[in-house]
Design a protein around this ligand. Structure first.
Ligand code: C2O
Ligand code: CU
Ligand code: CU
Length: 463
């Protein structure tokens, strides 16, 4: 695939921001201190201003890479939104190709969802008034431009969105952004000889999804997260195009998993390893009270370095005990469904070369609505994967998992989800509460971005 010149165009005008932070030196770990994305708090202003822009970014010690971001050269701010509020949003596109701003995981009407039909043309500004009304959760946002999602997200058009009700202190959860409440955008990337980030997918990469060889966190390579000597909340987003992570600490310390895509779990879970497919989010508490350092890796079998942590005695320790039961609102929808659908995620190879993708035998067609859902209806969807496990995602809802490969859902999949890695077959159930018409339908697709752009996607209306 030829990289277009959208990145090249505006590079000259923007210098990369250089952030100097005190490097961290601790036994066994060394590196620049990990920084959080800037926090964009909309709660008092009621305003959200994003500007998609091109820039250059230095990853590690290498040459500058041409990148894109929202309000900065790579990735975007962490947007903090009251989970029951209306936000006057402005998204300006200063790039020279169409983008969208999709609020992944938000239960908002199709016209505010930022899906593939809501292109923001070069030079234009999109100004939706978006009403959020769903439980607190760690969501994210990214461009969803028709056939350009993979390249645009890879180069940086993504960020986190925290929906908050402001009551985490009462819950006993860490809430100091960047101190005991860390936001971690995890991405695998490929780098050229001179350290520049590379996206040149081969046919094989298009088939299997583009996998990088190194992890970056919040756009930084080899950084060290400084943490207080207490319980620390890690909000982790797998913003990789295709890689499923298998996260674990090398010392096997437990992660107290208390939230997934759509909010708090009905019952928290202690795990030493957790799988995180593309686009999934988890929130865990990790105990650093013993001090020292810790290393987070992916796949203990073939370890890939993700992030080092070093305790910093100068950081305030606020939380030292695990919270009690959290107020998860996760109603059981089983038995209320009026429609059952079968969706098979297809992939194959045509003529032994190019990959072909579709759902139920048909590749995505921007001008075809695949089905209509009645407003307020509960539907049960049976998803089947072919060839690979595919991370299945639906817009406009949070769903519950009814079964995975014929068995009850795994404990970490018992809360609200908007992405589910489907190894063979899974059943999900959801109530569709927001309208999406033909002008801005909702999408459902594989979140391996090369598969999505390749056609493993469909669209539906609600009304
Ligand atoms: Cu994360 Cu259709 O998107
Ligand atoms: Cu989405
Ligand atoms: Cu897929």
């Amino acid at each position: 695939m030829k990289r277009r010149d959208f990145i090249a165009s505006a590079v000259a005008s923007l210098a990369a921001p250089v952030i100097f932070t005190r490097p961290v030196h601790a036994a066994g770990v060394q590196g620049p201190r990990l920084t959080m994305p800037p926090l964009l708090d909309t709660r008092t202003s009621g305003r959200l201003d994003l500007r998609a822009m091109a820039g250059t970014t230095s990853f590690g010690r290498g040459r500058l890479s041409r990148t894109v971001g929202f309000n900065q050269s790579y990735l975007g701010p962490t947007i903090l939104v009251d989970n029951d509020s209306t936000v006057a949003t402005r998204v300006m596109n200063t790039l020279n190709e169409d983008i969208t701003a999709h609020w992944h995981g938000a239960i908002v009407p199709g016209i505010h969802d930022g899906g593939g039909h809501l292109a923001i043309r070069p030079g234009d500004t999109w100004t939706p008034e978006i009403t959020f009304d769903q439980p607190p959760a760690t969501l994210w946002y990214h461009s969803h431009a028709h056939r350009r999602t993979a390249a645009q997200v890879y180069h940086g058009l993504a960020g986190l969105l925290h929906l908050s009700d402001g009551r985490d202190d009462q819950r006993g959860l860490p809430s100091a952004y960047g101190i005991d409440d860390l936001s971690l955008v995890l991405q695998d990337r490929r780098f050229g000889h001179q350290g520049q980030m590379v996206y040149q997918p081969s046919n094989n990469d298009l088939m299997n999804g583009f996998i990088g060889s190194r992890m970056i966190v919040n756009g930084q390579m080899g950084a060290v997260a400084a943490v207080p000597k207490g319980l620390v909340r890690l909000r982790m987003l797998n913003a990789s195009n295709a890689r499923t992570l298998n996260l674990a600490f090398t010392d096997n310390r437990p992660m107290h998993l208390f939230a997934t895509d759509g909010g708090f779990l009905p019952a928290a879970l202690d795990v030493t390893q957790i799988r995180l497919a593309p686009a999934e989010r988890i929130e865990v508490l990790v105990d650093f009270s013993a001090g020292g350092t810790a290393r987070l890796i992916s796949d203990p079998a073939t370890p890939l370095h993700v992030l080092d942590f070093a305790t910093d005695a100068s950081l305030p320790v606020r939380i030292t005990a695990l919270p009690g039961a959290l107020d998860a609102e996760v109603p059981d929808l089983l038995g209320r469904e009026t429609v059952t659908r079968d969706l098979t995620l297809d992939m194959g190879q045509l003529g032994g070369m190019a990959a072909s993708f579709g759902i139920n035998g048909r590749p995505y067609d921007h001008n075809r609505i695949d089905f209509h859902v009645k407003l307020g209806a509960v539907e049960r969807w049976i998803i089947r994967s072919t060839v690979l496990p595919h991370p299945f995602h639906v817009h406009g809802v949070q769903f519950r998992v009814l079964s995975e490969n014929g068995r009850p859902p795994q404990a970490h999949n018992t809360g609200w989800k908007d992405v589910l890695l489907v190894p063979n077959e899974a059943e999900i159930i959801a109530r569709f509460t927001k309208v999406a018409d033909e002008s801005a339908p909702y999408m459902f697709h594989c979140h391996i971005l090369e598969h999505e752009d390749g056609g493993m996607m469909g669209q539906f209306t609600v009304g």
